[in-house]
Design a protein around this ligand. Structure first.
Ligand SMILES: [Zn+2]
Length: 267
């Protein structure tokens, strides 16, 4: 990945539009799928997939799916969809292909394997952006236009998940607030030091971080000052159980739930 260069390029086209002190909202679509927004600046991450896991994990509601595909309601004016990896509980090529062929296509960023699946599904290649210099910057700049600004910046860096599936983590910065989505990074083997040069305010991690010594160490030592929010809660665990485990404001369980991040209130 050429994330540092990407960041530099994006910085030129993605200047802050909304106030740096405006709150950032994290709205759960399902599983690890979220809409992260500050005012009119909106980014979807891992938010368009189908229930091919047979109910093991929650899936996007029919209402949210339609709204994402049509760019309506809470999903009106979304600027980009980021995909961490190709697993079916995070991404589905047919679903994302439908988005790109529909009335509200948006740039989609993802690792090589995700982009290959999208191209194979005949999705419009113009919207498939490599999270590296050039393509991604061009796509996002085209979307934001020459005069308008997206109001955020995106960094993408790989974090190990397993030996066969590439996993990208994303830092999205709105004004002075940076949200880091880890995808399904494995806390035992991923090299989290790739983010050492970036100040992180909120870490979105999967459910199992809390169950492993390695995961707890990563969160408590590397990102001690950041707010930790658990996603990817198995469907057999309800909201009450999840709150008991992580605490109110530190987990998103049911589709549509949201957490508001106010500047300076990160832990
Ligand atoms: Zn997963």
């Amino acid at each position: 990945m050429h994330s540092a260069a990407l960041s530099t390029m994006l910085a030129g086209v993605l200047l802050a539009q909304t106030g740096v002190d405006d709150p950032v909202e994290i709205r759960l679509v399902a599983n690890m799928g979220v809409l992260v927004s500050q005012g009119e600046s909106k980014v979807l991450i891992d938010a368009l997939f189908a229930d091919v896991e047979r109910g093991v994990f929650r899936e996007p509601s029919a209402q949210d799916r339609d709204a994402i595909l049509n760019g309506t309601g809470a999903f009106e004016g979304v600027d980009a969809l980021l995909v961490t990896h190709r697993h079916a509980d995070h991404f589905n090529a047919d679903e994302v292909g439908a988005l790109l062929r529909g009335p509200a296509p948006i740039p989609v960023l993802g690792p090589d394997q995700v982009r290959a699946e999208l191209r194979a599904s005949s999705a419009d290649a113009d919207w498939i952006a490599e999270p590296a210099p050039g393509e991604a910057a061009d796509s996002l700049a085209r979307l934001c236009g020459d005069d308008a600004e997206c109001g955020f910046s995106i960094e993408a860096r790989p974090l190990f998940h397993n030996h066969t599936d590439e996993n990208l983590s994303y830092a999205v910065t709105f004004g002075g607030t940076t949200i880091l989505h880890l995808g399904d990074a494995d806390p035992r083997y991923a090299d989290f030091s790739v983010w050492d040069d970036v100040g992180i305010d909120v870490v979105l991690h999967n459910f199992w971080f809390a169950d492993s010594e390695a995961g707890r160490t990563v969160l408590q030592e590397r990102w001690a000052e950041a707010r930790h929010i658990a996603l990817h809660v198995p469907a057999v665990i309800d909201r009450e159980q999840a709150i008991a485990k992580f605490g109110e404001g530190h987990v998103l369980v049911d589709p549509g739930e949201r957490i508001t991040i106010n500047p300076g209130d990160h832990d």
